[in-house]
Design a protein around this ligand. Structure first.
Ligand SMILES: [Zn+2]
Length: 303
């Protein structure tokens, strides 16, 4: 049996696992992402996960973006101490193993395609809907990364060229309609007053989902609006690259029916061509483990 080392790097957490070629996790560990000297923390985590175990023969890394795969560098938005950091080379030096790097949302898509809700699909779009919206494409079984590794940034596809200005500099991006903070923002602007139950709740997408499930009309309308933006993006992506399956994960996907019911209905309205209409939408089944599974799959491609 061959083993690979899978690594998932985010702004709050570092995760690593020793994974076999069928996707079973032999050993794993996590630790909080420190503000400085992330590389030392990562090195300690790698030692913890690999020491005394069977030796891996490749490393796959999923990292928060932006990144530059041509240079092998990362500059995660939430990790100010890494700007143009040569992550791929540093991990290669540390482990002495072939090392492959991709974006965390690309690894999410690859993981769901390998072991999750998109297991039987040929071509898949994975979407992570959370504070922002990330994405990744797996086309004919292979990750589509792009020349600098930034393919799949579906959160910044414009679904309204006359729409609001986005933080990315573009206009009318899906993220302005369907990310967690933007769902809550629109609802608050339109008269939503959260029905707090006295616990430490906030006026966020989780509370909005609960109120939508209870029938609050503004909360329902916010998810309807977000779902319409996602449906437009999904139909456009399907038309461009013929995906058969969409898997949606991230915190906002936990809203469940209040997101997925309108999404399926609106996608039916938005999509025209038969191959676009045939796209199946699923909720993530791997959850937070999807990116790590994808990193393992990425590593096995390095052999
Ligand atoms: Zn944008």
């Amino acid at each position: 049996m061959n083993y690979v080392l899978a690594i998932d790097i985010g702004g709050t957490k570092l995760a690593a696992a020793l994974v076999d070629e069928e996707g079973s996790v032999l050993r794993s560990g996590t630790r909080p992402t420190p503000r400085t000297d992330v590389m030392s923390a990562l090195a300690a985590l790698i030692t913890e996960v690999t020491e005394g175990g069977p030796p891996p023969d490749a490393v796959g890394i999923g990292c928060a973006g932006p990144l530059d795969l041509a240079a092998g560098t990362v500059s995660p938005v939430n990790m100010p101490s890494w700007r143009g950091f040569p992550l791929r080379e540093e991990v290669r030096k540390l482990t002495g193993l072939p090392t492959v790097l991709a974006g965390d949302a690309q690894c999410f898509a690859l993981g769901e395609h390998w072991l999750g809700a998109g297991r039987d699909s040929t071509s898949l779009l994975g979407i992570v809907v959370s504070t922002g919206i990330g994405g990744g494409l797996v086309i004919d079984g292979m990750p589509l990364l792009g020349p600098t590794g930034n393919a799949g940034h579906v959160g910044h596809m414009s679904i309204d060229p006359n729409g609001e200005r986005c933080e990315c500099g573009g206009r009318g991006c899906v993220e302005r309609y369907a990310s967690g903070p933007n769902l809550a923002r629109w609802a608050l602007d339109n008269g939503w007053s959260p029905a707090f139950d006295g616990s430490q709740e906030q006026a966020d997408a989780r509370t909005l989902a609960r109120d939508a499930a209870a029938g609050d009309p503004v909360a329902v309308a916010a998810f309807e609006r977000g779902a319409r933006a996602l449906a437009g993006m999904i139909a456009s992506t399907a038309a461009a690259v013929e995906i058969t399956t969409v898997v949606i994960g991230g915190g906002v996907s936990a809203a469940g029916k209040v997101l997925f019911d309108p999404l399926e209905r609106i996608l039916d309205d938005v999509a025209g061509l038969a191959f676009v209409r045939a796209v199946k939408v699923h909720q993530s089944t791997l959850g937070v483990d999807a990116a790590l599974a994808g990193a393992a799959r990425l590593a096995s491609m390095a052999r």
